[in-house]
Design a protein around this ligand. Sequence first.
Ligand SMILES: O=P(O)(O)OC[C@H]1O[C@H](O[C@H]2O[C@H](CO)[C@@H](O)[C@H](O)[C@H]2O)[C@H](O)[C@@H](O)[C@@H]1O
Length: 209
Amino acid sequence: MFLDYDGTLSPIVADPDRAFMFRKMRKTVKNLAKCFPTAIVSGRCRDKDTELLFQPVSEFLPMINEVYKQLVETTKSTPGAKVENNKFCLSVHFRCMDEKKWSELAQQVKSVLKEYPKLRLTQGRKVLEIRPTIKWDKGKALEFLLESLGFADCTDVFPVYIGDDRTDDAFKRLRDRGQGFGILVSKFPKDTSASYSLQEPDEVGFKLT
Ligand SMILES: O=P(O)(O)OC[C@H]1O[C@H](O[C@H]2O[C@H](CO)[C@@H](O)[C@H](O)[C@H]2O)[C@H](O)[C@@H](O)[C@@H]1O
């Protein structure tokens, strides 16, 4: 079982530092892990996550820290903007900002990144994500785990990935492999390679119980 964190195991909240799994969900994930190999695959820094994640990009650390400081400085006068340092990637949140200021913030971020061609910008759920341009994503992490566990070519192993965002490339990876399936957690249709959908983390907890 491969599980995304934000918006999948924990509900989306305004403050990223307060995105916790409810006690019931923690228990469900714990029980699930007793029955199946289970991993939480998240872009978050490990201190904030509770399970396993992969961080193969340590050489980018100094650059990421430098950009973090610049982004904090550049966005400090923008009410509601929040820069989060996830150690190997950065997130610039605009959930709490006036919608009219969103594009201005995106421009500020782009202007900082101009000097850093080794970093790329993507967009998640009211968040701009900055990460190294290496070929590493949740799909790759999932594949790496399957291979490490010796499950990659097993016909009797059925990997399931549950995630909330179209940037969750693990959906596509499972479909391309023709092994297992993805479940999208969203109240609205999203263009992903997931095979099924659930509406919200509560439903995820219910189905995993
Ligand atoms: O790659 P992921 O593990 O799916 O992480 C994506 C981002 O998740 C978090 O932000 C999202 O959840 C926050 C808390 O509910 C919410 O405030 C924010 O609007 C969402 O985008 C996390 O804080 C970010 O660092 C991740 O990039």
